[in-house]
Design a protein around this ligand. Structure first.
Ligand code: AMP
Length: 194
């Protein structure tokens, strides 16, 4: 059983890898992006409040996302939690540490998917094209313009977490530019070592 964070910019492959871990290891994926999109589509008050921020590529306030995570942590996860797209700020990282400590849970690894920025926008455009081809909903923030804002937010607010977790000796960096299966194998290696 391991609780892990998948860290990396938008388009790094966090969601894809998290889905595989859910299938293969029975872990529970906690994606704040998915939770927020769900709140938006079900038309809750909170969903309405965050919609514009998300569509513009900005970050939703810390209190909202911390509240969402707190709620999901109550349910427990025998196979471990995968934090996907959370934490995204130092305040969220501190809050997560508190929440886990209160529940007697550990944070076993922070896995950074290291990617080349220039390849990311191509991945995002492909994600939108693939969704369109399958007749699925296309994320409004998967456009080159909004992507640039999301990437800036990442460098400004989220990239500092790399140093934060490195200092805590939790950081594991893996090559996110490798083939999907090779990335999965690298993640498995980290998980099976622990
Ligand atoms: P994602 O699906 O992780 O790319 O998230 C989509 C959008 O949801 C982001 O661009 C933010 O607007 C919002 N969001 C998701 N997770 C967080 C978070 N941990 N903190 C703040 N905003 C978030």
């Amino acid at each position: 059983m391991a609780n892990i964070i998948l860290l990396g910019p938008p388009g790094a492959g966090k969601g894809t890898q998290a889905e595989r871990l859910v299938k293969e290891r029975g872990m529970v994926q906690l994606s704040t992006g998915d939770m927020l999109r769900e709140a938006k589509s079900s038309g809750t008050e909170m969903g309405k409040r965050v919609a514009a921020v998300m569509e513009a590529g900005g970050l939703v306030t810390d209190d909202i996302v911390i509240g969402l995570i707190e709620e999901k942590l109550q349910k427990g996860a025998p196979g471990g939690f995968i934090f996907d797209g959370f934490p995204r700020t130092l305040k969220q990282a501190d809050a997560l540490a508190d929440l886990l400590a209160r529940k007697g849970l550990s944070l076993d690894a922070v896995i950074e998917l290291v990617v080349d920025d220039k390849a990311l926008v191509g991945r995002i455009v492909k994600r939108a094209d693939d969704a369109r081809a399958k007749g699925l909903a296309v994320r409004k923030d998967d456009t080159p313009e909004v992507f640039e804002v999301r990437l800036r937010e990442y460098y400004k607010n989220t990239a500092p977490l790399i140093g934060y977790y490195w200092a805590k000796k939790s950081l594991q960096q893996i090559d996110g530019m490798a083939e999907m299966d090779a990335v999965s194998a690298a993640i498995a290696k980290v998980l099976d070592k622990g």
